[in-house]
Every structure is written in structure tokens, then in C-alpha cells.
Design a protein around this ligand. Structure first.
Ligand code: FES
Length: 103
């Protein structure tokens, strides 16, 4: 599946990943400023991404634990998610994600 990352400066990058790869891993490996410091175990929030409103129904809302960690993220929005908790699947092909400014 494809991910469209929108960088803080507004430019877009299309990244193709295998199913099962997390958005955090995809963004980290593409050097997009997504750090994923904790490696995906829900204890950092450096993998914060903003899901396009149109896609939020498909990704679903964050879990309670994820929400607690998101509270520590800068620039939190209504459609914020932690990238390590979003696993890519055919269903999410073409998803648009914005990388917050001050990561
Ligand atoms: Fe640390 Fe996602 S990588 S919370």
C-alpha cells in the first residue's frame, strides 16, 4: 500500500510499503522526521501524525493508552494518531498523513 506523507512545508512524498509495516516505520525509514524513539511501544509520541479527515473513519480513533501518550504530542489535533499504532494494509492504501511541524 501507498502512504502520502505531507511534510510540514506542504510538500508531499509518496511512500510504498509492505502490508504490516507501521506508519512510524515507513516515515522513519523515509527520513521524514518521524523518530519513533521508543520503537513502537507507546511510550514516546515522536511518531505523531495527523490523519486526513477523510481517512480518519478508516483508521479509527486511538485506544485509551494511545490517547494518553498523544496528550504529550505537540500540535495535537482531532485526527491525530501515533504512527506506530497504525499498521498499513490494503484498506489504507493511499492514506494521507500530515507530519506535524515541530517534531
Ligand atoms: Fe513511540 Fe510510537 S514510536 S509511541
Amino acid at each position: 500500500p501507498n502512504i502520502i506523507f505531507v511534510k510540514p512545508d506542504g510538500t508531499e512524498l509518496n511512500v510504498n510499503v509492505n502490508e504490516g509495516v507501521s506508519v512510524m516505520e515507513a516515515g522513519r525509514d523515509a527520513n521524514l522526521g518521524i523518530e519513533g524513539t521508543c520503537g513502537g511501544c507507546l511510550s514516546c509520541a515522536t511518531c505523531h501524525v495527523i490523519v486526513d479527515a477523510d481517512w480518519f473513519a478508516k483508521t479509527g480513533a486511538p485506544s485509551e493508552d494511545e490517547e494518553d501518550m498523544l496528550d504529550l504530542a505537540f500540535g495535537l489535533t482531532e485526527t491525530s494518531r501515533l504512527g506506530c499504532q497504525l499498521t498499513m494494509s490494503a484498506e489504507l492504501d493511499g492514506i494521507r498523513l500530515t507530519i506535524p511541524d515541530d517534531m
